[in-house]
Design a protein around this ligand. Structure first.
Ligand code: PLP
Length: 360
């Protein structure tokens, strides 16, 4: 049987031979004692691309986000965020478990909130209230179907936050997708935030790693929190080399992934019983609803998998497909065909709905 076409996430990519070569040749030190040269090179490039003083390498986007929250807030402090963001939905409530923080979510439109929704959200200085400290945004937005934050809205929200004495953090796990989609450079997005988290293991295609980027002072403090969370690493150059290779070589090609997502979105548009959640696939994700008459999302995903295409159910009736550097145009065209055939099979009863154990 041929390999399934894996559209579950952009995290599933395997290192290319050239990336493996870079990993093999990595010069390493001990990053927890003082310096690992490859980690240092990666951190310098990340800081440079985002126009900030410093960056710090960590194993995951969850850790960079959680270290950022802890940097900006103390126990009992509150942060404002959009209700579907990763920090709130997919990090096990780590802000509460690890740092004693309180989130104040604001409902968005596929991940995008309006400045007016934040008006009045900064609590007065009063011993009854938590202290409002931080605004977090996510770009591109995962549960928003890869939506790019409208630049002007983002600028307005960040400048409002700073005017109200709040800090700003960007979960930029897919910031370079936003760059590829808009032509707005990483440092233009980044200048509005005190800290930015970027991931190397998503659209950039590295096996492991994220960086938190910000001022020298903040990143010095972040190093303490990274240690506390168990993220101090030794010969980390071995993994940083893959991330460095990805950052140097894989940014330019991300628009291919975006074109591929358009092909999937077009296929979904044409199928009765499927509906795109966001009208356009702006970057590398497509989220669609499956009508109850056809199947549940888990059943639809199970049927797709039987036909050689993997996606994820991200809600009772929602399915997500993500394009990435391990799927070529021919795979995407095949996936588009399989979407239509699977829906047809389920509608005419020639394929019975099955669950393949995938849950959201
Ligand atoms: C928007 C966003 N932020 C953060 C993360 C967390 O990254 P990690 O899986 O490396 O912890 C993810 C992971 O999918 C994500 O999509």
């Amino acid at each position: 049987m041929t390999n399934p076409i894996d559209l579950r996430s952009d995290t599933v990519t395997r290192p290319s031979p050239a990336m493996r070569q870079a990993i093999m040749e990595a010069v390493v030190g001990d990053d927890a004692i003082d310096v690992d040269p490859t980690v240092e090179q990666l951190e310098q490039l990340a800081a440079e691309l985002l126009g900030k003083e410093k960056a710090i390498f960590m194993p995951s986007g969850t850790m960079t986000n959680q270290v950022a929250l802890r940097l900006h807030c103390g126990p009992g402090d509150e942060f404002l965020c959009e209700a579907e963001c990763h920090i709130l939905n997919y990090e096990q409530g780590a802000y509460a478990q690890l740092s004693g923080l309180v989130p104040r979510p604001v409902p968005g439109d596929n991940g995008v909130i309006e400045l007016e929704q934040l008006h009045g959200m900064v609590r007065p200085d009063n011993e009854n209230f938590p202290r409002t400290r931080l605004v977090c945004l996510e770009n591109t937005h995962n549960r928003g179907g890869g939506r790019v934050q409208p630049f002007d809205k983002l600028v307005d929200i960040c400048s409002w936050a700073h005017d109200h004495g709040l800090q700003t953090h960007l979960d930029g796990a897919r910031l370079f997708n936003a760059v590829a989609a808009t032509g707005i450079q990483a440092e233009e997005w980044s200048q509005h935030f005190d800290t930015i988290s970027i991931c190397f293991s998503k659209g950039l295609g590295a096996p492991v790693g994220s960086a938190l980027v910000g001022s020298e002072e903040l990143i010095r403090e972040a190093r303490r929190h990274r240690k506390l969370f168990g993220g101090g690493m030794r010969q980390a150059g071995v993994i940083a080399a893959g991330a460095l290779y990805a950052l140097q070589n894989n940014r330019q090609r991300m628009s291919d992934d975006h074109q591929h997502a358009q092909l999937i979105a077009d296929a979904v548009r044409q199928v009765e019983g499927l509906r795109l959640v966001a009208d356009e696939a702006e970057t590398n994700m497509v989220i669609f609803e499956v009508s109850a008459q056809l199947a549940t999302a888990v059943e639809f995903v199970g049927a797709l998998a039987q036909n050689g295409v993997q996606m994820l159910a991200t809600g009772p009736d929602r399915v997500r497909a993500v394009t990435h550097l391990d799927v070529a145009t021919e795979h995407v065209e095949q996936a588009a065909k399989v979407i239509a055939e699977t829906a047809q099979n389920l509608a005419d009863g020639s394929q019975l709905p099955t669950k393949n154990g995938v849950q959201y």
